[in-house]
Design a protein around this ligand. Structure first.
Ligand code: F3S
Length: 285
Protein backbone atom coordinates (compact mmCIF):
# COMPACT_ATOMS: atom_id res chain seq x y z
CA UNK A 1 0.00 0.00 0.00
CA UNK A 2 1.12 3.62 -0.65
CA UNK A 3 0.10 6.52 1.50
CA UNK A 4 0.18 9.99 -0.01
CA UNK A 5 0.00 13.01 2.26
CA UNK A 6 -1.70 16.04 0.71
CA UNK A 7 0.39 19.18 0.22
CA UNK A 8 -0.75 22.03 2.53
CA UNK A 9 -2.31 19.54 4.99
CA UNK A 10 -2.51 20.68 8.60
CA UNK A 11 -1.76 23.97 10.32
CA UNK A 12 -1.92 27.11 8.22
CA UNK A 13 0.55 29.93 8.77
CA UNK A 14 -1.78 31.85 11.12
CA UNK A 15 -2.58 28.92 13.40
CA UNK A 16 1.06 27.81 13.56
CA UNK A 17 2.08 31.34 14.52
CA UNK A 18 -0.63 31.56 17.23
CA UNK A 19 0.36 28.23 18.79
CA UNK A 20 4.02 29.18 18.83
CA UNK A 21 3.19 32.55 20.43
CA UNK A 22 1.12 30.80 23.12
CA UNK A 23 3.78 28.19 23.86
CA UNK A 24 6.54 30.79 24.03
CA UNK A 25 4.46 32.95 26.37
CA UNK A 26 3.60 30.05 28.67
CA UNK A 27 7.18 28.78 28.77
CA UNK A 28 7.99 31.09 31.72
CA UNK A 29 5.64 29.05 33.92
CA UNK A 30 2.80 31.61 34.30
CA UNK A 31 -0.55 30.68 32.80
CA UNK A 32 -1.70 32.32 29.58
CA UNK A 33 -5.44 32.62 28.97
CA UNK A 34 -6.99 32.46 25.50
CA UNK A 35 -10.36 34.00 24.68
CA UNK A 36 -11.91 30.74 23.48
CA UNK A 37 -9.91 27.67 22.40
CA UNK A 38 -6.91 28.66 20.28
CA UNK A 39 -7.81 26.08 17.66
CA UNK A 40 -10.71 23.76 16.87
CA UNK A 41 -8.94 20.61 17.87
CA UNK A 42 -9.68 18.97 21.19
CA UNK A 43 -6.36 17.10 21.46
CA UNK A 44 -4.30 20.18 20.65
CA UNK A 45 -6.28 22.31 23.13
CA UNK A 46 -5.67 19.72 25.88
CA UNK A 47 -1.97 19.60 25.04
CA UNK A 48 -1.81 23.40 25.21
CA UNK A 49 -3.61 23.36 28.55
CA UNK A 50 -0.91 21.04 29.91
CA UNK A 51 1.64 23.59 28.69
CA UNK A 52 -0.14 26.42 30.53
CA UNK A 53 -2.49 27.87 27.88
CA UNK A 54 -6.00 27.93 29.33
CA UNK A 55 -9.11 28.74 27.25
CA UNK A 56 -11.72 31.00 28.89
CA UNK A 57 -14.99 32.48 27.65
CA UNK A 58 -14.27 36.14 28.18
CA UNK A 59 -12.11 38.74 29.97
CA UNK A 60 -14.23 38.38 33.14
CA UNK A 61 -12.96 34.80 33.60
CA UNK A 62 -9.31 35.88 33.76
CA UNK A 63 -7.49 36.73 37.02
CA UNK A 64 -6.19 40.30 37.43
CA UNK A 65 -2.96 41.18 35.65
CA UNK A 66 -2.89 37.96 33.60
CA UNK A 67 -1.91 37.64 29.94
CA UNK A 68 -4.74 37.05 27.49
CA UNK A 69 -4.42 35.80 23.94
CA UNK A 70 -6.62 37.03 21.15
CA UNK A 71 -7.10 34.17 18.70
CA UNK A 72 -6.28 34.05 14.97
CA UNK A 73 -9.93 35.02 14.26
CA UNK A 74 -9.23 38.42 15.83
CA UNK A 75 -11.62 40.54 17.84
CA UNK A 76 -13.31 43.90 17.79
CA UNK A 77 -12.08 47.05 19.58
CA UNK A 78 -14.67 46.32 22.31
CA UNK A 79 -12.65 43.26 23.37
CA UNK A 80 -9.36 45.18 23.51
CA UNK A 81 -11.12 47.88 25.55
CA UNK A 82 -12.54 45.27 27.95
CA UNK A 83 -9.03 43.84 28.46
CA UNK A 84 -7.58 47.28 29.05
CA UNK A 85 -10.35 48.18 31.50
CA UNK A 86 -9.45 45.10 33.54
CA UNK A 87 -5.71 45.79 33.35
CA UNK A 88 -5.09 42.53 31.46
CA UNK A 89 -2.16 42.19 29.08
CA UNK A 90 -3.24 41.34 25.52
CA UNK A 91 -1.18 38.91 23.45
CA UNK A 92 -2.47 39.43 19.96
CA UNK A 93 -2.40 36.35 17.73
CA UNK A 94 -4.85 37.77 15.18
CA UNK A 95 -3.76 36.33 11.85
CA UNK A 96 -2.23 39.04 9.65
CA UNK A 97 -4.68 38.02 6.92
CA UNK A 98 -7.62 38.64 9.27
CA UNK A 99 -6.01 41.99 10.15
CA UNK A 100 -6.17 42.90 6.45
CA UNK A 101 -9.95 42.40 6.60
CA UNK A 102 -10.10 44.50 9.80
CA UNK A 103 -8.15 47.33 8.19
CA UNK A 104 -10.33 47.29 5.06
CA UNK A 105 -13.58 47.33 7.07
CA UNK A 106 -12.37 50.19 9.25
CA UNK A 107 -11.13 52.22 6.26
CA UNK A 108 -14.31 51.72 4.21
CA UNK A 109 -16.45 52.69 7.17
CA UNK A 110 -14.39 55.82 7.83
CA UNK A 111 -14.68 56.76 4.15
CA UNK A 112 -18.47 56.61 4.39
CA UNK A 113 -19.22 53.33 2.59
CA UNK A 114 -21.92 50.93 3.71
CA UNK A 115 -19.82 47.90 4.64
CA UNK A 116 -21.00 44.37 3.84
CA UNK A 117 -19.05 41.50 5.39
CA UNK A 118 -19.35 38.32 3.35
CA UNK A 119 -19.20 35.64 6.02
CA UNK A 120 -20.87 33.46 8.56
CA UNK A 121 -23.02 35.43 10.99
CA UNK A 122 -22.14 33.16 13.94
CA UNK A 123 -18.41 33.17 13.32
CA UNK A 124 -16.23 35.26 15.66
CA UNK A 125 -14.08 36.38 12.74
CA UNK A 126 -17.02 37.99 10.89
CA UNK A 127 -18.23 39.52 14.14
CA UNK A 128 -14.76 40.98 14.80
CA UNK A 129 -14.68 42.49 11.29
CA UNK A 130 -18.08 44.13 11.93
CA UNK A 131 -16.79 45.61 15.18
CA UNK A 132 -13.80 47.07 13.34
CA UNK A 133 -16.33 49.04 11.27
CA UNK A 134 -17.69 50.51 14.52
CA UNK A 135 -20.42 47.84 14.57
CA UNK A 136 -22.01 49.44 11.50
CA UNK A 137 -21.28 46.66 8.96
CA UNK A 138 -23.78 44.00 7.90
CA UNK A 139 -22.87 40.32 7.62
CA UNK A 140 -24.28 38.59 4.54
CA UNK A 141 -23.75 34.93 3.82
CA UNK A 142 -25.66 34.75 0.50
CA UNK A 143 -26.17 37.38 -2.22
CA UNK A 144 -29.97 36.95 -1.83
CA UNK A 145 -29.78 38.44 1.66
CA UNK A 146 -28.67 41.84 0.41
CA UNK A 147 -31.31 44.54 0.81
CA UNK A 148 -31.64 48.30 1.26
CA UNK A 149 -28.24 49.29 -0.12
CA UNK A 150 -26.74 52.77 0.18
CA UNK A 151 -25.39 54.34 -3.06
CA UNK A 152 -21.79 53.70 -1.93
CA UNK A 153 -21.13 50.16 -0.72
CA UNK A 154 -18.04 48.13 0.09
CA UNK A 155 -17.46 44.41 0.54
CA UNK A 156 -14.98 42.74 2.88
CA UNK A 157 -14.75 38.94 3.22
CA UNK A 158 -14.26 36.54 6.08
CA UNK A 159 -10.96 34.88 5.18
CA UNK A 160 -12.47 31.40 4.69
CA UNK A 161 -15.00 32.48 2.06
CA UNK A 162 -14.99 30.93 -1.38
CA UNK A 163 -14.09 33.07 -4.36
CA UNK A 164 -17.31 32.13 -6.20
CA UNK A 165 -19.32 33.48 -3.26
CA UNK A 166 -17.51 36.78 -3.49
CA UNK A 167 -18.07 36.93 -7.24
CA UNK A 168 -21.79 36.20 -6.76
CA UNK A 169 -22.10 38.91 -4.12
CA UNK A 170 -20.32 41.47 -6.32
CA UNK A 171 -22.66 40.56 -9.20
CA UNK A 172 -25.71 41.03 -6.95
CA UNK A 173 -24.61 44.35 -5.44
CA UNK A 174 -23.02 46.12 -8.40
CA UNK A 175 -26.21 46.86 -10.39
CA UNK A 176 -27.84 48.32 -7.26
CA UNK A 177 -25.24 50.89 -6.20
CA UNK A 178 -23.45 53.87 -7.71
CA UNK A 179 -20.08 52.87 -6.34
CA UNK A 180 -18.72 49.56 -5.06
CA UNK A 181 -15.37 48.91 -3.40
CA UNK A 182 -14.22 45.32 -2.85
CA UNK A 183 -11.44 44.08 -0.57
CA UNK A 184 -10.66 40.51 -1.50
CA UNK A 185 -9.57 39.39 1.95
CA UNK A 186 -10.01 35.68 1.25
CA UNK A 187 -7.04 33.69 2.55
CA UNK A 188 -5.39 31.45 -0.03
CA UNK A 189 -4.34 28.87 2.57
CA UNK A 190 -7.86 27.44 2.64
CA UNK A 191 -8.20 27.32 -1.15
CA UNK A 192 -4.74 25.78 -1.55
CA UNK A 193 -5.49 23.08 1.03
CA UNK A 194 -8.87 22.32 -0.54
CA UNK A 195 -7.53 22.18 -4.09
CA UNK A 196 -4.56 20.01 -3.11
CA UNK A 197 -6.84 17.62 -1.18
CA UNK A 198 -9.34 17.40 -4.07
CA UNK A 199 -6.47 16.64 -6.48
CA UNK A 200 -5.17 13.95 -4.11
CA UNK A 201 -8.66 12.43 -3.71
CA UNK A 202 -8.85 12.03 -7.49
CA UNK A 203 -5.81 9.72 -7.54
CA UNK A 204 -6.36 7.44 -4.53
CA UNK A 205 -8.68 4.59 -3.48
CA UNK A 206 -9.44 5.95 -0.02
CA UNK A 207 -9.09 9.29 1.77
CA UNK A 208 -8.61 9.86 5.48
CA UNK A 209 -9.22 13.42 6.68
CA UNK A 210 -7.70 14.19 10.08
CA UNK A 211 -9.09 16.92 12.30
CA UNK A 212 -11.56 17.98 14.96
CA UNK A 213 -15.21 17.11 14.47
CA UNK A 214 -16.02 20.73 15.40
CA UNK A 215 -13.60 22.17 12.88
CA UNK A 216 -15.68 23.58 10.02
CA UNK A 217 -12.71 23.63 7.65
CA UNK A 218 -11.91 19.95 8.35
CA UNK A 219 -15.52 18.94 7.73
CA UNK A 220 -15.52 20.93 4.49
CA UNK A 221 -12.31 19.14 3.45
CA UNK A 222 -14.01 15.77 4.01
CA UNK A 223 -16.99 16.91 1.89
CA UNK A 224 -14.72 18.07 -0.93
CA UNK A 225 -12.70 14.82 -0.92
CA UNK A 226 -15.85 12.67 -0.80
CA UNK A 227 -17.61 14.65 -3.55
CA UNK A 228 -15.73 12.81 -6.29
CA UNK A 229 -17.03 9.45 -5.01
CA UNK A 230 -13.87 8.16 -3.31
CA UNK A 231 -14.57 6.59 0.13
CA UNK A 232 -13.64 9.27 2.67
CA UNK A 233 -13.39 8.99 6.46
CA UNK A 234 -12.99 11.84 8.92
CA UNK A 235 -11.08 10.90 12.09
CA UNK A 236 -9.78 12.85 15.07
CA UNK A 237 -7.22 10.33 16.34
CA UNK A 238 -5.34 7.30 14.93
CA UNK A 239 -7.30 4.85 17.10
CA UNK A 240 -10.39 5.54 14.98
CA UNK A 241 -8.89 4.04 11.82
CA UNK A 242 -10.65 0.79 10.96
CA UNK A 243 -8.57 -1.87 9.19
CA UNK A 244 -11.62 -2.80 7.09
CA UNK A 245 -11.50 0.58 5.30
CA UNK A 246 -8.08 -0.27 3.89
CA UNK A 247 -8.84 -3.78 2.67
CA UNK A 248 -9.08 -2.96 -1.05
CA UNK A 249 -7.02 0.22 -1.05
CA UNK A 250 -3.72 0.26 -2.92
CA UNK A 251 -3.23 4.02 -2.59
CA UNK A 252 -4.49 5.98 0.40
CA UNK A 253 -4.58 9.78 0.62
CA UNK A 254 -4.35 11.57 3.95
CA UNK A 255 -5.11 15.21 4.49
CA UNK A 256 -5.79 17.40 7.52
CA UNK A 257 -7.64 20.59 8.39
CA UNK A 258 -6.01 23.90 9.28
CA UNK A 259 -6.31 23.20 13.00
CA UNK A 260 -4.77 19.71 12.98
CA UNK A 261 -1.33 19.48 14.63
CA UNK A 262 1.49 17.90 12.61
CA UNK A 263 2.06 15.18 15.21
CA UNK A 264 -1.56 14.04 14.94
CA UNK A 265 -1.33 13.90 11.15
CA UNK A 266 1.91 11.93 11.47
CA UNK A 267 0.39 9.54 14.05
CA UNK A 268 -2.58 8.82 11.75
CA UNK A 269 -0.27 8.25 8.78
CA UNK A 270 1.89 5.87 10.85
CA UNK A 271 -1.13 3.93 12.11
CA UNK A 272 -2.43 3.65 8.53
CA UNK A 273 1.00 2.35 7.49
CA UNK A 274 0.86 -0.26 10.27
CA UNK A 275 -2.54 -1.40 9.00
CA UNK A 276 -1.16 -1.50 5.44
CA UNK A 277 1.64 -3.84 6.49
CA UNK A 278 5.44 -3.84 6.15
CA UNK A 279 5.46 -2.97 2.43
CA UNK A 280 3.62 0.29 3.00
CA UNK A 281 5.37 3.53 2.14
CA UNK A 282 4.40 7.02 3.23
CA UNK A 283 5.07 9.82 0.71
CA UNK A 284 5.25 13.20 2.41
CA UNK A 285 4.85 16.25 0.15
FE1 F3S B 1 -4.81 33.05 8.78
FE2 F3S B 1 -5.62 31.96 6.60
FE3 F3S B 1 -4.95 30.49 8.62
S1 F3S B 1 -6.50 33.70 7.57
S2 F3S B 1 -5.44 31.71 10.39
S3 F3S B 1 -3.57 31.79 7.46
S4 F3S B 1 -6.60 30.08 7.21
Amino acid sequence: MRILIAPHAGFCFGVRRAIEMARRAAADGDLVYSLGPLIHNRQAVEELRRQGVVPVEGPDDVPDGARVMIRTHGAGPDVYEALEARGLQPLDATCPFVKRAHDAARRFHQEGYQVLVLGDREHPESQGIVQQAAGAATIVSEPEEVEGLAPRAAIVCQTTQRRENLQALVAAVLPRVQELRVANTICDATTQRQEASAALAAQVDLVVVVGGYHSANTRRLAEICGAGGVPTHHVEVPEELEPGWFRDARVVGITAGASTPDDLLRAVAERAAEIGGPETEIAWP
